[in-house]
Ligand binder design. Structure first.
Ligand SMILES: Nc1nc2c(ncn2[C@@H]2O[C@H](COP(=O)(O)OP(=O)(O)OP(=O)(O)O)[C@@H](O)[C@H]2O)c(=O)[nH]1
Ligand SMILES: [Mg+2]
Length: 465
């Protein structure tokens, strides 16, 4: 038997939204119209094919006072009180919702009572709490405040202390992984008999999250590796229109990298079980802009010099360079650096090309080649965009629904994570970069694993924020 909890409360208080967030299921119907949920439905969390815990979404109380009157008048075996109520009113439409919501409780489910802490406590609520107390099942109350305008949390807590074994403020529209875990920790206090099994549930949740972060870092690294090492070329002859080829290569190059990134974003989204929401991005977000736009680079806080160096992949200014097959020299995309800092920078061998071209030498098998990317800043941009997207996905609760025309504020103004990297973290990145772009002859076997370790530790850090 896995632990089972019925999420119960007044209509429209956010019960379905709480279940949705707790189970990471954004397909559950949440609506501003009271009475959306009309029958009880089980939502089981399965990890690695094993059922771990179950939450039951239920309809709201409709006639709590009449129901309480029956509970109070009941003089049978107290253990059977809830089942007794259902047996008495199973076919009575007046009590249809009460029968439905109490059904899982009669079967032994624990109770999670949900209230909106931004409204005052009313008599109906007191009746509901009393019914739940009379069921005799272990119960917890959560305060899910729908607005911040008013706060009756104190009043609710005072009442809750009389009726519940555990109390917690839990906001289904803001709760992240850490808060979900805290919520489960509080649930442990609901009944000593469930303490052990709930500890196992928490353990499973944490392991699953860790596993996702490991998968995540592997995915990010795979994508970055492919992006950095990607190159594209086209043969040229004396009669080729080099400008046209450059433009074409440029576009192909950018599209390929963008595709890789989009594929990664989709996989991140799937790993964190999001189907519904669109990320609404602020002007300040690095994700708002195209991977190859100048703003992307500026937002990351690059200095003027870094920007100039990065200029190679900004807009259409990225140059393609002649890859002289016969001479055995390949010039990567960021040999364009020379183009920005002054044509023919010796640093990248631009001079040699210029000389040859001036001399009119053409080798059979000449190609125009773009990539692999030789700019270390590009690595930081890819890292930052992946991490920012990840952060959006993990911080978006599944129970949140954006009303049309009212995009939720899911975006932070965070510029990027890499600007805060320490010198040794930068070193790890630089070594990885060198290996991936083939710029080192050293056998840097550890560069990959160290980079992976770095990314995973950052993911874990972001999860704890
Ligand atoms: N801002 C905000 N809105 C919330 C929160 N929780 C729920 N809502 C909104 O409140 C409304 C009701 O949420 P539901 O989860 O459908 O409520 P319910 O208790 O299941 O309602 P019924 O099924 O009708 O009994 C929806 O419009 C939600 O988007 C919250 O924490 N913050
Ligand atoms: Mg509902």
């Amino acid at each position: 038997m896995i632990p089972e909890f019925a999420v119960i409360g007044h209509p429209n208080e956010g019960k379905s939204s709480v279940v949705s967030t707790l189970t990471e299921d954004d397909q559950i119907k949440v609506s501003p119209v009271p009475g959306e949920t009309t029958s009880s439905r089980n939502y089981t969390i399965t990890i690695d094919g094993k059922e771990i815990i179950r939450f039951v979404d239920t309809p709201g109380f409709q006639v709590p006072r009449q129901t309480l009157a029956w509970f109070k008048a009941f003089d049978g075996d107290q253990d059977k009180i809830t089942q007794g109520f259902i047996d008495a009113f199973r076919n009575d439409p007046f009590y249809a919702d009460e029968c439905e919501l109490l059904d899982p409780v009669a079967s032994g489910a624990g109770v999670i009572y949900v209230v909106d802490g931004s409204r005052p406590v009313r008599d109906d609520d007191l009746a509901e709490m009393e019914i739940l107390r009379l069921t005799g099942q272990p119960r917890m109350a959560i305060i899910n405040s729908k607005t911040e305008d008013k706060d009756y949390t104190r009043d609710w807590k005072l009442e809750f202390r009389k009726h519940f074994n555990s109390i917690r403020v839990f906001n289904s529209n803001t709760a992240n992984f850490t808060e979900r875990i805290k919520m489960l920790e509080s649930l442990k206090a609901i009944d000593q008999e469930w303490e052990h099994v709930l500890s196992c549930v928490i353990q499973a949740f944490k392991q699953d999250w860790q596993k996702r972060n490991t998968q995540m870092s592997a995915l990010i690294i795979h994508t970055i590796e492919k992006s950095l090492s990607f190159s594209i070329s086209e043969p040229i002859t004396a009669s080729s229109d080099q400008e046209e080829i450059k433009e074409r290569l440029n576009e192909k190059y950018q599209n390929h990298i963008k595709d890789l990134e989009n594929k990664m974003f989709k996989q991140i989204r799937a790993l964190f079980k999001h189907h519904l929401f669109e990320v609404h991005l602020s002007e300040y977000s690095i994700l708002k802009h195209d991977l190859f736009s100048k703003q992307t680079w500026e937002l990351l806080g690059l200095t003027k010099e870094q920007l100039a160096a990065a200029g190679a992949i900004i807009g259409g200014t990225m140059g393609a360079f002649i890859d002289t097959a016969a001479a055995g020299i390949t010039f990567g995309i960021f040999t364009a650096l020379g183009g920005v800092l002054g044509a023919g920078s010796a640093l990248f061998g631009g001079k040699e090309i210029t000389k040859k071209r001036r001399a009119g030498i053409r080798f059979g098998g000449d190609k125009l080649k773009l990539g692999p990317n030789k700019n270390l800043q590009f690595l930081y941009i890819l890292i930052d965009r992946a991490l920012i997207y990840y952060s959006h996905m993990i911080n978006r609760p599944h129970g949140k629904r954006d009303l049309p025309g009212q995009p939720g504020n899911t975006d932070s103004k965070k510029k990027g994570y890499s600007t805060g990297f320490t010198a040794s973290q930068r070193n790890v990145c630089a070594n990885f970069f060198k290996v991936v772009t083939g710029r080192t002859f050293l056998k840097e076997k550890k560069a990959g694993p160290k980079f992976e370790e770095l990314i995973e530790s950052i993911l874990n850090e972001i999860s704890r924020e």
